[in-house]
Design a protein around this ligand. Structure first.
Ligand SMILES: Nc1ncnc2c1ncn2[C@@H]1O[C@H](COP(=O)(O)OP(=O)(O)OP(=O)(O)O)[C@@H](O)[C@H]1O
Ligand SMILES: [Mg+2]
Length: 281
């Protein structure tokens, strides 16, 4: 569990007078699938970095409040202390990769943490299987597609058996099909292994489908926190922020306003069909 209690953080060399995070409080329960959205500069990456102690240890600045990972204060321990509990996958996969061959990339972290040799081999096999990339084992990383690289990055993180995965725009450079595949893999890890997933994303349609909870950051502040359907219902706010929400959700808001529809915000195609039928009746 991660509890974020009234966190305010301003980077040492941050421009302007505002802080990157302002009085953010949030509890991420074990096994949750949490999506984080917000416009550029809203503080999403900073929040992700604060969840594993990289903020304020590696990025210095003024930090107020507390982040507790399973009750341990991130200010009191180095990020490496949390690395096996909270796995991070960053947006820029290339800068995260340290090896040139897939299996070496996955081995690197485990060797770094000094896991016993037999254990390392077993975990390597397991994460390759879990991510469906056994065939890529000996491939050079440079020859992989974006989606394949992202799976390798997730596999390398999973090899450390974190209970929590924090991903910062992992599908940012992927096509719709590979993006959906990553989301489906994450859902499986969450449902079958109870891994907590925190994912910063721009792809709101996918988040609405896969995340159980969504938070919206705006200029460092928590604007909304709730089930995707409840959060997405604030159509006007998303419009004013310039965040595109799924067209069916927007349509339900319009129909509701006009009194033609009284149900919940529609997020999926079957729901949209039901909504259209009710509106036409
Ligand atoms: N290393 C840094 N040094 C100084 N200021 C920073 C640093 N990283 C981020 N900031 C500032 O902190 C604020 C929040 O940035 P952050 O990267 O967390 O936003 P974001 O929501 O992830 O944006 P994006 O969607 O563009 O990735 C911004 O005003 C940004 O300019
Ligand atoms: Mg970011």
């Amino acid at each position: 569990m991660i509890s974020i209690d009234n966190v305010t953080f301003r980077y040492q060399n941050q421009r302007g007078d505002e802080a990157a995070l302002k009085n953010v409080s949030l509890t991420v329960e074990d096994g949750e699938f949490l999506g984080v959205i917000g416009t550029s500069g809203a503080g999403k990456t900073t929040l992700a970095l604060a969840m594993c102690g990289v903020v304020p240890h590696e990025f210095k600045g003024d930090f107020y409040g507390a982040v507790l990972v399973d009750g341990e204060d991130t200010v009191e321990h180095a990020p490496s202390h949390f690395a096996r509990k909270v796995g991070e996958v960053f947006q820029d996969i290339d800068s995260q990769m340290v090896a040139s061959v897939v299996e070496d990339e996955i081995l690197f972290g485990m060797e770094n943490f000094g896991l016993p040799h037999e254990e390392i081999g077993a975990r390597l096999d397991r994460v390759l299987r879990e991510m469906g990339i056994e065939a890529l084992r000996e491939r050079s990383i440079a020859s992989l597609s974006g989606g394949q690289k992202q799976k390798v990055a997730i596999a390398a993180t999973l090899a450390l058996e974190p209970r929590i995965l924090v991903l910062d725009e992992p599908t940012g450079e992927l096509d719709p099909e590979s993006s959906r595949e990553i989301f489906a893999l994450l859902r499986r890890l969450c449902e079958e292994k109870g891994i907590t997933v925190v994912i910063v994303e721009q792809k709101i349609k996918l988040l609405c489908e896969y995340a159980k909870r969504l938070i919206v950051l705006e200029r460092g502040e928590m604007r909304f926190d709730g089930a995707p359907r409840e959060v997405i219902a604030h159509v006007d706010t998303f419009k004013s922020l310039g965040i595109n929400i799924p067209p069916v959700a927007e349509l339900s808001a319009i129909l509701r306003e006009g009194g033609a529809y009284a149900g919940d915000v529609a997020l999926t195609l079957p729901e949209a069909e039901r909504m259209a039928r009710e509106a036409m009746a």
